[in-house]
Design a protein around this ligand. Structure first.
Ligand SMILES: Cc1ncc(COP(=O)(O)O)c(C=O)c1O
Length: 446
């Protein structure tokens, strides 16, 4: 869309009163609203026609760019053909196709896909699968779940229980019992200015041995981690760390779940971060990039032996008492198939890997700018951490967010970290545009 048409497409501001917005300062937003009315490719357009370069792919999800014609067409066609079919005891062709297509690109041994509607549902589903798996194998005492400090696994009760972000937990009571947490791996003293995986920190995986020693392996069902922690500020796993976690889980019969809601579908320069890092978990949770954000959908991808363990008992019996009305919704499944086509035909996973170095150099050029205390990156995910304003945590990053928005670029903040996860179609010149906009915002800040 050309710049001069954007203003022609401006829409009137609606009454903002009734909508209770998620993860948003409602009063602040409503006093200074920022409404996105349209999007195309790398750009979003506000309701008053302002053009913005999207450096976050919506919310880490529009990996193929906004409103990709191929995906739009697939959704339109599906809506005309089959709007919905019962998700339990009936199926429709597109969802089976999507399951096959996903398991083709998943790491070897990950052979099944269970569909849900979001990352949060994927996480809760994976945790339930892990618990039921052990029970079916006669190890029903394995009920403990191990997460990690600074982990984000969505907002279901399972997800916040294993998650490690205190504001997401503290208001909501006791949560799941029998949960423990690994320490996170973010340590600026050792890991600041890492390009790719930090060299320091693999030993932090050994804390899992201490947790096992405390609770006994016979009580632990699963460990869940994000291969790259996204929402807590893009924390890259130290070299060797994930392999060590895998090894300890194997030694003790504990399932390993990778939460790849952000990292799957090219973000880390491969179909899955598991593939990029050469470590295969037992269960992988995905969402976001699965449909390039166009229709809500998530999935749990499961190893063959997990599925096989459930496939016992009488043939007519339901093996897993779990599912959602909209599991494998036809519109989402059609969007998913078209999205996978786009990723393959446009070579977007390879593109993310190839652009990784340019992205890295551009982000690291911000070292030395006001308040920057760390830059870190891999593939097309990166972060710039800022020194917090005294007594006002998050304010400095929010100021940068607002300034960038005013100057035409959408970035994301988490705490005092600026996070970047552009659509995988980003051009080199647009990477430059993002970084120069951030540089300007930092130089303008107090
Ligand atoms: C790693 C991870 N898991 C789970 C979720 C939750 O996904 P959703 O917001 O679709 O429920 C997110 C969302 O950002 C995420 O980053």
């Amino acid at each position: 869309m050309a710049d001069n048409t954007a203003r022609d497409l401006a829409v009137d501001l609606p009454d903002l009163q009734a909508y209770w917005m998620p993860f948003t300062g409602n009063r602040m937003f409503k006093s200074n609203p920022r409404l996105i009315a349209r999007a195309k490719g790398m750009h979003c357009f506000t309701s008053d026609g302002k053009k913005l370069l999207d450096a976050v792919a919506g919310l880490w999800c529009c990996n193929a760019g906004h409103c990709h014609p191929r995906i739009v067409e697939a959704i339109q066609k599906q809506a005309e053909t089959l709007d919905y079919s019962m998700a339990f005891q009936l199926g429709h062709p597109t969802v089976f196709e999507l399951a096959n297509r996903l398991t083709e690109i998943a790491p070897e041994g990950i052979d099944y896909a269970f569909f849900v509607n979001s990352g949060s549902e994927a996480v809760d589903t994976a945790l339930k699968m892990a618990l039921a798996f052990h029970r079916l194998r006669g190890e029903g005492a394995r009920t403990r779940l191990i997460g990690r400090a600074r982990g984000y696994h969505g907002v279901g009760f399972g997800g916040i229980s294993v998650g490690g972000i205190s504001p997401n937990r503290k208001m909501f009571g006791a949560q799941l019992p029998g949960v423990d947490h690994l320490p996170h791996t973010h340590d600026l003293e050792h890991n600041a200015w890492s390009r790719g995986l930090p060299a320091w920190g693999a030993h932090l995986a050994d804390e899992l041995e201490n947790i096992v020693a405390l609770h006994d392996a016979s009580t632990i069902a699963a460990v869940i981690v994000e291969p790259i922690a996204g929402s807590a500020g893009v924390l890259l796993p130290p070299q060797g760390y994930l392999a060590r976690i895998r090894e300890i889980c194997d030694r003790h019969g504990i399932l390993l779940i990778f939460d790849e809601v952000i990292t799957a579908f090219g973000r880390a320069g491969d179909a899955f971060a598991a593939s990029r890092f050469g470590v295969t978990p037992d269960l992988i949770t995905v969402a976001k990039g699965l449909t390039s954000g166009a229709v809500p959908m998530g999935a749990v991808l499961a190893a063959g032996d997990i599925y096989d363990t459930f496939m016992t008992g009488p043939d007519a019996a339901i093996e897993f008492f779990h599912g959602y009305t909209y599991s494998g919704h036809p519109l989402a499944a059609a969007a998913g198939c078209a999205t996978l086509d786009v990723y393959r035909e446009e070579g977007l996973f390879e593109r993310a890997r190839d652009l990784g170095k340019t992205f890295e150099d551009a982000l690291h050029s911000l070292k030395g700018e006001p308040h920057v205390i760390d830059v870190r990156n891999l593939g097309l995910i990166g972060a710039v951490e800022l020194d917090p304003l005294a007594g006002q945590p998050t304010a400095r990053a929010m100021n940068a967010f607002r300034r960038c928005f005013d100057d035409g670029v959408i970035i994301r903040t988490t705490g005092d970290t600026l996070a970047f996860s552009p659509p995988l179609i980003i051009e080199e010149s647009q990477i430059e545009e993002v970084v120069e906009c951030v540089r300007g915002a930092l130089r303008a800040s107090r």
